[in-house]
Design a protein around this ligand. Structure first.
Ligand code: PEP
Ligand code: MN
Length: 263
């Protein structure tokens, strides 16, 4: 079902009115975690003004350490919904457990399946039973075939609304958090009709490298860009060191629009 043979035209995924694919860019921005209300409203207002069309924030955080901040759960979902509604941006948030799919789908416009859960087949099956658009992130050690097979799990349950995301893969080089595989974008487009966006934030882990990789992703034909934005990265609950400041996102958003116009 994910194959280009099944469906030669690019799929366009509608996320509560925001289209991704077939020339429509999904510009996802927001903090890694849902944090305090004031901060959330502030960041959302700024990224909306810059041209982001989807707002993100994790309420359930898959952390390497069980002692690290785990997210604010349903309170976070409620807040994210409120903030998205205020600025007319559909919201994207991660669901980490099949038992939470119904709850998260009650608040979110798009369900994110994170890199660590890409091959959580029970979770894929559960999100496949909803009709909610799914943002399926590539596992850090997953091949492109693995990624497409995971999309197949969702599609085969009757949910056609899948957007893929290249967010970097493991490499031997610790100078970046992951290795940004920009070739995954045209590769996926040659194999599948599904849209694929890029996430230069998790791919590089470094704000100074995000703009170049975001623009490279668009130049490679990406259907959108996912960027983490925080107004005070030093105090962020997660992924602060890779966050762009709102004013940096504003500048990048203008550059991304120009790059997209060239194609
Ligand atoms: C995130 O989007 O904050 C996240 C945890 O991403 P990934 O699953 O790509 O690491
Ligand atoms: Mn993050």
């Amino acid at each position: 079902l994910a194959s280009i043979d099944a469906h030669p035209d690019p799929s366009v995924i509608d996320v509560s009115g925001v289209k991704i694919g077939g020339g429509n860019l999904g510009m996802i921005a927001g903090p890694c975690s849902v944090e305090e209300p004031d901060r959330m409203f502030r960041i959302a207002e700024s990224v909306a003004e810059s041209g982001a069309n989807l707002f993100r924030g994790g309420a359930y955080k898959p952390r390497t350490s069980p002692y690290a901040f785990q997210g604010t759960g349903e309170d976070g979902l409620k807040l994210l919904r409120e903030v998205g509604d205020k600025f007319s941006m559909p919201v994207v948030t991660e669901v980490t457990d099949p038992r939470l799919v119904e709850l998260v789908a009650g608040y979110a416009d798009m369900l994110q399946v994170g890199a660590r859960n890409m091959q959580n087949f029970a979770l894929l099956t559960e999100v496949g039973k909803t009709k909610r658009p799914v943002l399926l992130k590539r596992g850090m050690s997953a091949t492109i075939t693995d990624l497409l097979m995971c999309a197949e799990y969702i599609l085969s349950q009757g949910n056609p609304n899948v957007v893929l995301c290249e967010r970097g893969i493991k490499s031997f080089d610790p100078s970046t958090r992951n290795l940004f595989d920009v070739a995954a974008v045209p590769m996926v487009h040659s194999l599948s009709h599904l849209p694929i966006i890029v996430d230069p934030s998790h791919a590089t882990g470094r704000p100074d490298l995000i703009p170049a990789c975001a623009l490279a992703g668009i130049a490679a034909g990406a259907d959108g860009v996912h960027v983490e934005v925080h107004d005070c990265p030093e105090v962020a609950k997660s992924d602060g060191p890779q966050a762009l400041l709102p004013e940096q996102y504003a500048e990048l958003a203008g550059q991304m629009r120009k790059m997209a116009e060239l194609l």
